[in-house]
Design a protein around this ligand. Structure first.
Ligand SMILES: [Zn+2]
Length: 75
């Protein structure tokens, strides 16, 4: 399964990301319909969301001590 991870701002509690798994199959710039929205409580450092097509996206909070490469163009 396609693995993808996004990083949200340290104080963010909600986020919107573009699903890379969906984006790879479509023309560049056509991001409509493949953004995933999610929430992350302040006390949580990790979470996950799914895009409208069911791809799982891991979420890491910035400053959580985890090094991760940004994989989302909206990061
Ligand atoms: Zn997707």
């Amino acid at each position: 399964m396609y693995e993808q991870t996004v990083v949200v701002l340290a104080r963010a509690t909600a986020f919107t990301v573009v699903c890379q798994a969906c984006a790879e199959g479509l023309n560049a710039g056509d991001y409509s319909g493949m953004s995933a929205e999610g929430t992350l409580r302040l006390e949580q450092d990790f979470g996950w969301t799914t895009c409208p097509r069911g791809h799982r996206i891991r979420v890491i909070r910035a400053g959580a001590g985890v090094r991760a490469e940004p994989t989302s163009p909206l990061w």
